[in-house]
Design a binder for this molecule. Sequence first.
Ligand code: C2O
Ligand code: CU
Length: 486
Amino acid sequence: MMRKRISKHEHEGTSGCRAPRERRMRYVVFGLALAACSAAGCHGSPEVAEFAGSYPRRVSANGTVREFQLIAAPSTVSLFDGRSFDAWAYNGQVPGPTLRVRLGDTVRVRFTNRLPQATTIHWHGVRVPNAMDGVPGVTQAPVQPGEKFTYEFTPKDAGTFWFHPHLRSSEQVERGLFGALIVEDATPPPYSRDELWILDDWLLTREGTLFADFNTRHDLAHDGRWGNVVTVNGRTNGRLLVRPGERIRLRLVNVANGRVFVPDFSGLAARVIAVDGLYTARPIDLAGFEMAPGNRVDLDLTIPTSAAGKRLTVADRFTRQAIPLAEISVEGDPVSTPEFESPARAHVPGWQRPESATPVRAKFSLNAQSGGPFGIQWTINGAAMEHAAHAMPEHPQHLPIGEFSRLRFVNESYRLHPMHIHGLFFKVLARNGVPVNEAHFRDTVLIHAQETVDIGTVPEDAGRWMLHCHILEHAESGMMTVIEVD
Ligand code: C2O
Ligand code: CU
């Protein structure tokens, strides 16, 4: 069961996922008025006009409050092939409980910290009021051992999201603190079923316990902590039993500290209908899609009747040697396949104007230097944020609300950096100066060695939002900053 750690050089040769060029924009919108301007104003820019109707500025709560209790505590859980393991868990489960609500529901989470450390909960990808974002020192005080905190928000977007601590996260997430938040559409599409696969890896000792040194020099000098055991929903022997003909919505979440996954469904036609929660403009092919830490992908998977009796291995192909993730076992009598148009019909702006027409508002250079508590610091524009000390950066980057911003990441290093921004979605505009037109928004984009990536965004939610690398060791050692939207 134990696998050798995979060194970085074996990653070479994997290419970024390039969505095929869009033929023409589609202006089909789900239950949204295609307003020409947001409430924040129009500002006359063609990008803002194109953005209108992409995702709602505000949501109308339907009056239902869904209340959940979450308790974080050291727990002995059953993991891997079913053996017991000392983890830190939400409600004694790894993964934590799946919080499943409908769009319009208000989520209220009564949280208790029974860990030996302070913590918070961040709702990854969810556009929450800033005070509910769970960032210590920026949006709230850390929740100390024994303390409680109530999170309450009404998600503005349906989709696949997740939650995790935002304090010492390289340790806390690795120990088992993560769970999914699924916001169903007000009227969910009629899939035969809706499944969730949480992808993770674990670095275990020979004895099978968690390797308890965090933020090692090795992790910091590489792409964070990569485990030697890969799990789906905490299992190394995960199996999805399906019947021929079923049409499944399969939600994938990458909660690993550093590992990137490129899932391969061994010949099954897996169509991507959502990325990072939001629907794509049209279904896209999964092949080669790089799921970096933090990323989610929703798949529309039809099991052909020809697969009856088969066992299909789903494998990760990011590394040179494929790693089995889980098995899909097709058994039983065929069922009739639900026929409906895939929900991937979101309005996604093209934003294909050249850089000369949309100049870069802010540039973020990504690099490392020696120093700091771990000996190596990862920096954004030369500065390492002291997140554990809850120190706000002196000059947060300002982004005007309701206006288009082109932002640039310049990776001056040879490591991977999945850059994540809280409180907004963005679209990739260019890689190394070459225009890219992905058919979807994101909240996290993987930036390869020495790569320059331009993104575009129209922030709609005011607040102080984190921008950071989602390789948790890179973030912990400084690769974080704050942007101020107002
Ligand atoms: Cu999933 Cu700031 O993180
Ligand atoms: Cu990084």
